[in-house]
Design a protein around this ligand. Structure first.
Ligand code: AMP
Length: 394
């Protein structure tokens, strides 16, 4: 990477402004219900303290308050969780810019300070220059460790870099290292597993992966648009009518590029998703009125046999409606199989990361991205504004 990273910069006696991704789920009592993202930021925060930073100033967004103060989106519960995980007191301020914030940072006896939700200001998402400058004025150096928002040019990811020397935090470096390896120089054969709800979300990923992958496995809701393109009967399964021609085009291109595409040969089908009264496994053709919700046993077996050939596996999207236990078997069996392989195993963020967490297989994967949209865009080969804006190495 030609960008400065945390280990390249001097931190002693500096006020270090860090963009973290503390957009965590909160339960009904406003307690953090999944602290994965907070834990992921600890190496960078601890390193800054060890290197003698005088203040570590953390900024993040939480939820979608749309430019207004919304009480339930305050970062106060996150500060408590962070203090417990860090073993270090954390000062939480109720704003993120302005003279009072500046003074409170200097006067705080705590070294670690968490500012209020950036998205209480509409200027954050509109990448307002004045807002970015005010944020930048709080620190002496800027570190971006929020991969999940690196695909957005916001004031705290892009704008701020125009005013401060800017480097990637350890989490960002790790993401770039693993995802970058897939994009630039993957160990071959590379097999892509694609699933999830919609073809339309993944077209750019497929197009870019047709140049890199050796084989592509397709399951989940999106496989029915492909099966339709092959003139199969798909019953009432998820279909994007306006993408059938796109799917045909992708199948053609794959053939020309010598990339094998694997689709389900059997499917678990139900009469309705919620409160189904009928569930059975059928072949490639789904009878009228029934809905495909998971891949069948023969498909699980054949996908696993295919995956044995891989040296790199990239997985984006569950192979069935994994949130409902009865429909999670296909995703689970394939994930369990992937977990045992010695290939490099890269898991996209968002739903795919949630799926691996549900199956408790996280520590068996090489890398689980912390960004859903960001990992997708990175793998599509796009430059992410939050990374592109960091200071170049000399
Ligand atoms: P994505 O965010 O695009 O990866 O989509 C993930 C969503 O796809 C999950 O919520 C799954 O429940 C959903 N999904 C997976 N398989 C199917 C299916 N056969 N029919 C409808 N939705 C599905």
């Amino acid at each position: 990477m030609n960008k400065l990273s945390l280990s390249d910069v001097q931190l002693r006696d500096k006020k270090v402004l860090i963009r973290v991704d503390f957009n965590v789920p909160l339960d009904k009592e406003s307690k953090v219900s999944d602290d994965t993202r907070i834990r992921a930021s600890l190496p960078t925060i601890k390193y800054c303290l060890e290197q003698g930073a005088v203040k570590v100033i953390l900024v993040s967004h939480l939820g979608r308050p749309d430019g207004q103060v919304v009480e339930k989106y305050r970062l106060t519960p996150v500060a408590a969780k962070l203090a417990a995980l860090l073993g270090e007191p954390v000062k939480k301020l109720d704003d993120c810019i302005g003279d009072k914030v500046k003074a409170d940072i200097i006067q705080a006896k705590e070294k670690v300070i968490l500012l209020e939700n950036l998205r209480f200001y509409k200027e954050e998402e509109s990448n307002d220059k004045g807002f970015a400058q005010k944020l930048a004025s709080l620190g002496d150096i800027f570190i971006n460790d929020a991969f999940g928002t690196a695909h957005r040019a916001h004031a705290s990811t892009e704008g701020v870099t125009h005013f401060l020397k800017s480097a990637a935090g350890f989490l960002l470096v790790k993401e770039i290292e693993y995802l970058g390896q897939v994009v630039e120089n993957p160990k071959k054969p590379l097999i892509l597993i694609l699933g999830g709800a919609k073809v339309s979300d993944k077209i750019l990923l497929i197009e870019s992966m047709l140049k890199k992958a050796d084989e592509i496995i397709i399951g989940g809701g999106m496989c029915y648009t492909f099966l339709k393109a092959l003139d199969k009967n798909i019953g009432n399964s998820k279909l994007e009518k306006d993408r059938v021609e796109t799917a045909k085009g992708i199948l053609e291109k794959a053939k020309k590029a010598n990339v094998r595409i694997h689709l389900p040969v059997d499917n678990v089908v139900v009469d309705k998703i919620e409160g189904f009264t009928k569930i059975e496994t059928v072949g490639e053709d789904i009878p009228d009125g029934l809905i495909g919700v998971d891949i069948g046993l023969k498909t699980i077996e054949s996908f696993c046999q295919t995956l044995k050939r891989a040296k790199t596996i990239v997985w984006n999207g569950p192979l069935g409606i994994f949130e409902i236990d009865t429909f999670s078997k296909g995703s689970y069996k394939v994930a369990e199989f992937v977990a045992k392989l010695s290939a490099v195993k890269i898991i996209g963020g968002g739903d795919t990361a949630a799926m691996v967490a549900k199956f408790k297989l996280e520590d068996k994967m090489t890398h689980i991205s912390t960004g859903g949209g960001a990992s997708l865009e990175y793998l599509e080969g796009k430059a992410l504004p939050g990374i592109a804006a960091l200071t170049n190495k000399e």
